[in-house]
Design a protein around this ligand. Structure first.
Ligand code: NAD
Length: 325
């Protein structure tokens, strides 16, 4: 005895059952990572942070985090590592180093003690997540893929949805930490399952948004009022999330990007990224996704000019006048 147990819960202290809360290393402090890390600090976790951008780390330093000069330095006294990076290549670079074949070279994994819990919340291909997971498993490190849904608003509010892939034990350890940053925490299955579930959802969302825009445009071009048509479809069998809370036609709904020149929300280029990941996952598993392929094609063309606009701006593919409404 004598040795303290490391708990992942935030409300344990030295005097409480002889446990101390986990130290967390947080890597990637962008639009999503910075507010997520801030919520962990607010909940009382000790945080060491690393990002390539000095501006990004400065914000977290002001909030009380220790700024590290490398991922290894950030993880030097951490039992848990969380990453929120742009894409698969960045996740590979951080964890695996200069290798693309799943062998551990000079990446962070090789530096971590056995039993460290690694949670990658970046949205990346399931195959990329599995490659990192495999390398982690060989070293006795618990790896979870835990992509999120909910956007920057959810990250700030601590109300993200986490979709987690990995062992039940690792999930149980991660859950109290994820609960600080999110409201709904799903265990989707084994390693890689979090990424698969996330891109299934976002592929469906892309299809629904394009389909809804297409249907509204058909009605409007035939003389219907977009609000009247939307109300009818909302109470009929075409009802879906976009009609409920995110109508793509300007001024049908208040407080949505379509009524604010498609600013804010979820950028079309991020939807395009997720659709491409869905297509990659479909190809890897030899699964036919014709609707997903069409949505990918539509968003691919749309993002050339409108990548920074909310993804509901796909409405402009059917009626370009909406961009000036
Ligand atoms: P972002 O580009 O704002 O932030 C990424 C951060 O990672 C940047 O600060 C960058 O400097 C840092 N970074 C890049 N390479 C690094 C490295 N090797 N080491 C350390 N830091 C590094 O991206 P974001 O919007 O925060 O998104 C992060 C992830 O979350 C992406 O995978 C994205 O698809 C996903 N996501 C984003 C949203 C959203 O609405 N923004 C919603 C859901 C999921």
């Amino acid at each position: 005895m004598g040795q303290k147990d490391i708990s992942t819960t935030a409300n344990n202290s030295d005097s409480d059952n002889n446990t101390v809360k986990a130290n967390i290393a947080f890597i990637g402090l962008g639009n999503m990572g910075a507010p997520m890390a801030e919520n962990l600090l607010k909940a009382g976790y000790a945080l060491s942070v690393y990002d390539l951008s000095a501006d990004a780390t400065q914000r977290l330093q002001q909030a009380g985090a220790r700024v590290a000069d490398s991922p290894k330095d950030a993880a030097s006294d951490a039992q848990v590592v969380i990453s929120m990076l742009p894409a698969g290549k960045h996740v590979h670079a951080v964890y695996l180093g200069d290798t693309e074949d799943g062998k551990v070279a000079n990446g962070l994994l090789a530096e971590l003690p056995k039993g460290t819990l690694v949670i990658d919340s970046s949205t990346i291909a399931a195959a990329d997540a599995r490659l990192v997971a495999e390398a982690a498993n060989k070293l006795g490190i618990d790896f979870l893929d835990a992509p999120v849904s909910g956007g920057t608003g959810g990250a700030i509010a601590g109300s993200l949805t986490f979709i987690v892939g990995g062992s039940a034990d690792a999930f149980a350890k991660a859950e109290p930490i994820l609960a600080v940053m999110g409201k709904n925490i799903f265990h989707a299955g084994e390693q890689g399952a979090g990424q698969v579930a996330k891109i299934c959802n976002n592929m469906l969302l892309g299809i629904l948004m394009a389909g809804t825009a297409e249907a509204i445009n058909l009605g409007v071009k035939n003389g219907l009022d977009p609000k009247v048509l939307s109300d009818i479809m909302l109470q009929s069998s075409g009802r879906n999330w976009t009609l409920e809370v995110y109508n793509p036609y300007p001024q049908v709904m208040e407080n949505v990007p379509s009524s604010n020149q498609y600013q804010g929300g979820f950028m079309s280029k991020l939807m395009q990224k997720d659709l491409n990941l869905a297509m990659q996952t479909a190809q890897d598993a030899n699964v036919d996704t014709p609707m997903g392929a069409k949505a990918t094609e539509l968003y691919g063309a749309h993002t050339v000019e409108n990548g920074d606009k909310d993804f509901s701006s796909i409405m402009a593919r059917y009626d370009s006048t909406v961009l000036s409404s």
